[in-house]
Design a binder for this molecule. Structure first.
Ligand SMILES: [Zn+2]
Length: 242
């Protein structure tokens, strides 16, 4: 049913008593970070959701566009965008603006860089980058190519990449994206099929905003270094990682 909120509470542990015993459900901590994963508009593999499983300090919910942003977002601490919507309705703009201006967290992943390209405030001020679906005056079209082996290096001493190793992933690099020159780059690559900036923290001051280009399919979703990276990114966006 469209608009149904599905709560994912997949914090199951392995039973030490064997497969016949049901695994106990871990109790969430009372101050668990409230995370909404926003999907819709782009197919994706369900391994994506496994990246967010197993933490007793995360309450993870998911909802698809356009319902995801149709109501107040104030009950969430972090929005994780994994949708692809070029246009955003007026009511959703208002809800999203209220959310980011109140100092919450935003993690934008992979194809969500195409989001809301009819709303310059979003991609210029908040996210700090844009994937050009088609060429526009002054900027060529961006390009994506799937199933490419990428070597991605952490850069800077930002807490999101603290302890993160070099990543060797089979992913889908984007190139000829526009990226704001004053973002703090936290991941980079020399791959000629990719923009050098693979991940960055936006200079937007009212909330914590990070974009990570990786995350095409299970090859990256199941990569331990990527999972640690996303854990850090969400924790930092939620104000839990300094
Ligand atoms: Zn992709």
């Amino acid at each position: 049913m469209a608009g149904t909120m599905k709560t994912i509470l997949l914090a199951f542990g392995m039973s030490i008593l064997g497969a016949a015993q049901p695994a106990p459900v871990k109790q969430l901590k009372p101050d668990a970070l409230r995370i909404l994963i926003v999907t819709g508009g782009h197919p994706h593999q369900t391994t994506f959701y496994s990246v967010f499983e197993g933490y007793d300090d995360w309450m993870v919910m998911t909802d698809a566009q356009p319902a995801a942003l149709a109501g107040s977002l104030q009950r969430y601490d972090v929005l994780v965008f994994y949708d692809l919507q070029e246009q955003i309705p007026e009511a959703a703009r208002k809800n999203l603006k209220e959310f980011v201006e109140s100092g919450k967290g935003v993690v934008s992943l992979h194809h969500a860089i195409v989001d809301f390209t009819d709303w310059p405030w979003w991609y210029q001020e908040v996210i700090g980058g844009k994937f050009y679906i088609k060429a526009e005056p002054g900027h060529p079209a961006s390009a994506a190519k799937g199933n490419i082996q990428m070597h991605v290096r952490p850069k800077s001493n930002h807490p999101i990449v603290r302890g993160i190793p070099d990543l060797h992933v089979l992913d889908e690099p984007y190139r000829t994206m526009w990226v704001r020159p004053d973002v703090q780059v936290i991941l980079e690559t020399d791959n000629p099929l990719a923009n050098r900036q693979v991940g960055w923290v936006s200079p937007y001051e009212k909330s914590r905003v990070v974009y990570i280009q990786l995350g095409h399919d299970r090859h990256t979703h199941l990569e331990p270094g990527y999972r640690s990276l996303i854990r850090n990114a969400v924790q930092w966006a939620g104000g839990r990682l300094k």
